[in-house]
Design a binder for this molecule. Structure first.
Ligand code: C2E
Ligand code: CA
Ligand code: CA
Ligand code: CA
Length: 277
């Protein structure tokens, strides 16, 4: 609880209870969210840093609950991970995202799908990917799986093998939120990531003239280059930031400046607008 300044410190007990109770209710609602069609996907463009053309869309899940209204993924994804509800939800996301890309996007545009560690260590994870690709008819090279360093925290071998099998299918794998977790450069030797996603916090830092953030972005870009990996800067919100990031040599850019997460229909409309030009 925030200190509201009156010298009156609220006891932590009631708020803890409230959040445990809220959590219990959210979990209950989340259990039926898929069946009740309360989940949907938004898509956020990722552009080539130089041409500013869309090269991909990242699928981002949204939950509009009958009882709770809009619940942010920052809130329900951790809950879904703790309760393993992320497994069925993740399967739905994978199928939905592949179907959307195959049906409605130009062939050169990829789809990025976030995958949690709990999904990766499921014995049928690779089968889920194979099924999503075959049902949708999406070419495997158009699917990029996004994982964070947390996949290396436990069952790293199982997770690594699953990702290697996906790569063998022709999919690519991006390392998300790079620099925010318990980063170890050793992870970059374990898997042939195609892309390193530089976390938004570094972009914000660089934008506020933090010499450290600038140095870190430059170092990550140089390292990715020599490893044959590309880089995506996350959270680019202004034209100035885009310019700065481009000058630092990032390959791709994602952020509100080029587009917020949007409905499937709005994503599709972007291509129609581009076609008319
Ligand atoms: P993420 O994978 O790092 O996704 C990027 C987040 O940054 C998204 O938040 C996006 O809306 C936000 N973002 C993008 N550009 C900007 C910007 O310019 N400024 C700011 N301030 N924010 C920006 P979102 O959609 O709330 O998702 C939060 C997290 O939830 C994601 O972080 C991801 O870890 C998780 N998530 C979302 N969808 C899925 C999913 O289908 N499966 C799994 N396992 N996790 C998901
Ligand atoms: Ca992501
Ligand atoms: Ca990210
Ligand atoms: Ca994140």
């Amino acid at each position: 609880a925030k200190d509201l300044g009156g010298g009156e410190h609220c006891s932590y007990e009631p708020s803890l209870h409230a959040s445990a109770e809220e959590r219990r209710q959210l979990e209950f609602a989340l259990r039926s969210a898929l069946a009740k069609n309360e989940l949907l996907l938004n898509y956020q463009p990722v552009v080539d840093a130089n041409s500013e053309r869309i090269v991909s869309f990242e699928a981002l899940v949204r939950w509009v609950s009958e009882e709770h209204g809009f619940v942010s993924p920052g809130k329900f994804i951790p809950l879904a991970e703790d309760t393993r509800l992320i497994v069925p939800i993740g399967k739905w996301v994978m199928q939905q995202a592949c179907a959307e890309a195959a049906r409605n996007w130009p062939e050169h545009v990829k789809v990025n799908v976030n995958v949690s560690p709990e999904q990766l260590i499921e014995p049928d994870f690779v089968a889920t990917v194979v099924q999503a690709l075959s049902r949708s008819g999406l070419a495997p090279k158009r699917l990029e799986i996004e994982v964070t360093e947390s996949i290396f925290m436990r069952d790293a071998d199982v997770a690594g093998r699953a990702l290697e099998q996906c790569m063998a299918l022709g999919c690519s794998v991006a390392l998300d939120d790079f620099g925010t977790g318990y980063s170890s450069l050793g992870y970059l030797r374990k898997l042939k990531f195609s892309t390193i996603k530089v976390d938004r916090t570094f972009v914000q830092g660089a934008s506020q003239k933090s010499a450290e953030s600038v140095a870190i972005i430059r170092a990550v870009v140089a390292m990715a280059d020599s490893l044959g990996m590309s880089t995506t800067a996350e959270g680019v919100e202004t034209a100035d930031e885009a310019e700065m990031i481009r000058n630092m040599g990032c390959t791709k850019i994602q952020g509100f400046h080029f587009g917020r997460p949007m409905s499937a229909g709005d994503a599709m409309a972007l291509f129609r607008a581009a076609d008319r030009r």
